[in-house]
Design a protein around this ligand. Structure first.
Ligand code: KIV
Ligand code: ZN
Length: 511
């Protein structure tokens, strides 16, 4: 990257705003695994959570702060003393802790939601920043719904919070209402209207309600913003946040014209994206820029011909740049440990010792049921088995099924609970329903299946099926994921994965 490039700081909010996506509920191990991967990706800041929201959130932020080295670790807080002290307690052990405090500044939010005057809001913001600054050196202040706030008021509040010690002032387009040219002008007006702006970094946080979050972030950067708040795969509240991979690859691919650089290792993008999709249960649409299945696929004859003759005829980036391997080496029954390890390394997984033994064992088991093991199979296998999913109360043992077009389905399921094998059978119209009914007899939890989806991991009739379910219990939704060449087994594993998450979080529900 050219040395004259201006450095843009990547603030990742996948674990906070991203985790606010409907139905997403990550456990501690999953959050930690994701934070580790974000550090490997090279983000500058990880927003690890909102500690006051729950004790689970608090503990996860604390663990990330203690264990993840490299990026700044920040936590969100409203302006109340209680929120700020909770955020401080959670991040204080980080190598580089930051407190991120926010209050709404638009008329509609101040009048209708907060029922506060401008003066009161300003006072609360300044008081919060002063308190945060007395605890840590690095403080970020966000004016929620900034893009619908009055510019003179924003300039006033930003001037005062910078004087109170804020190092970063964040300008969110909270409801995704802005357009790029308007938002660019907006950032410029703030930059010019805040006399002490040189003492702080300008940050933006754009939502994607009108599909313009990335474009708005770019417009802001062009007008002086130097931190962008993003989420992997663009997940987040409602339509989500600006997508990390799109923004980073725009900076990289158009670096000669834009003149900005980031600290991201682009080769870790695809792996991070897969991990987020797997952990959140949010599939990536095939035509999603950068990481979608079709992002580098050339379908028409003219395009294929062009790419074969000269790649750049239709490719502005190459897949290897974002970590998509073009080497589709096929492994199988006779592949040894060495070939397996080499292939994992090519895919970005450096496993040794016990972790390698476990993965190799899983791989061998898969080769008994599937002839050709493709890269996608390996990635799925590794991500599902090596991501920390925590201790399992219910362990899948076996499944036996009788089903057909003219008979109802009968399933017999065996689940181990504390080493004791429990078996139940049930009948239903279809095999998945029969399996789930049998499992419900064993676990006896007050759950409701909210959604079920299935997809093939690779092409071919022998492809593994990946099942994702959402299961609700007392107003909370949990995602479960299962993988197998047998789709009913994948369905059972997905359901059990969700049930395990429920009882891990609510052990009191175990009967
Ligand atoms: O969208 C928003 O305004 C936010 C703030 C808390 C930064 O998420
Ligand atoms: Zn947001």
């Amino acid at each position: 990257m050219s040395t004259g490039d201006k450095r843009i700081y990547i603030f990742d909010t996948t674990l906070r705003d991203g985790e606010q996506s409907p139905g997403v509920n990550l456990n501690m191990e999953e959050k930690l695994a994701l934070a580790q991967q974000l550090a490997r990706l090279g983000v500058d800041v990880i927003e690890a959570g909102f500690p006051i929201a729950s004790s689970g959130d608090f503990k996860a932020v604390q663990r990330i702060a203690r264990e993840i080295k490299g990026p700044v670790i920040t936590a969100l807080a409203r302006t109340s003393e209680q929120d700020i002290r909770a955020a401080y307690e959670a991040v204080k052990d980080a190598e580089k802790p930051r407190i991120h405090t926010f209050i709404a500044t638009s008329e509609i939010h101040m009048q209708r939601k907060l029922r506060k005057t401008k003066e009161e809001v300003k006072e609360m913001a300044v008081k919060a920043v002063k308190l945060a600054k007395s605890l840590v050196d690095d403080v970020e202040f966000s004016a929620e719904d900034a893009s619908r706030s009055e510019i003179p008021f924003l300039c006033e509040i930003f001037t005062e919070v910078i004087a109170a010690g804020a190092n970063v002032i964040n300008i969110p387009d909270t409801v995704g209402y802005a357009t790029p040219w308007e938002f660019g002008e907006f950032i410029k007006a703030i930059r010019e209207g805040v006399p002490n702006i040189s003492e702080a970094v300008i940050s933006v946080h754009c939502h994607n309600d009108l599909g313009m979050a990335v474009a708005n972030s770019l417009a802001a950067v062009r007008n002086g913003a130097r931190q962008v708040e993003v989420a992997v795969n663009g997940i987040g509240e409602r339509a989500g946040n600006a997508s990390l991979e799109e923004l980073v690859m725009a900076f990289y691919t158009r670096r000669h014209c834009l003149g900005f650089s980031t600290g991201i290792n682009t080769r870790e993008i695809y792996r991070t994206s897969r991990m987020v999709s797997i952990l959140t249960g949010m599939p990536i649409q095939p035509n999603k820029a950068i990481v979608g299945k079709n992002a580098f696929a050339h379908e028409s004859g003219i395009h294929q011909d062009g790419v074969l003759k000269e790649r750049e005829t239709y490719e502005i980036m190459n897949p290897e740049m974002v970590g998509i391997s073009s080497n589709k080496l096929v492994l199988g029954k006779h592949s040894g440990r060495h070939a397996f390890k080499i292939q994992l390394q090519k895919l970005g997984y450096d496993l040794e010792g016990e972790a390698l033994d476990k993965a190799f064992h899983e791989f061998k088991q898969l080769t008994d049921r599937k002839k050709e093991i493709l890269d996608e199979d390996l990635i799925m296998l590794l991500d599902s088995h090596l991501l920390g999913s925590g201790e399992e109360v219910y362990v899948f043992d076996h499944l036996q099924l009788s089903s057909g077009t003219k008979i109802s389905s009968t399933a017999t399921v065996g689940i181990k609970i504390k080493e004791e094998l429990i078996e139940e059978a049930a009948c239903a119209d279809g095999p998945v329903e029969a399996t789930y009914k049998a499992m419900e007899k064993i676990v006896n939890l007050p759950v409701k299946l909210e959604s079920y989806s299935i997809s093939a991991v690779t092409e071919g009739k022998d492809a593994q099926g990946e099942v994702v379910v959402r299961v609700s219990v007392v107003g909370e939704t949990f995602m479960g994921r299962g993988l197998s060449v047998d789709i009913i087994e994948a369905s059972a594993k997905a359901y059990l994965n969700a049930l395990n998450k429920i009882v891990r979080k609510h052990p009191d529900l175990i009967q």
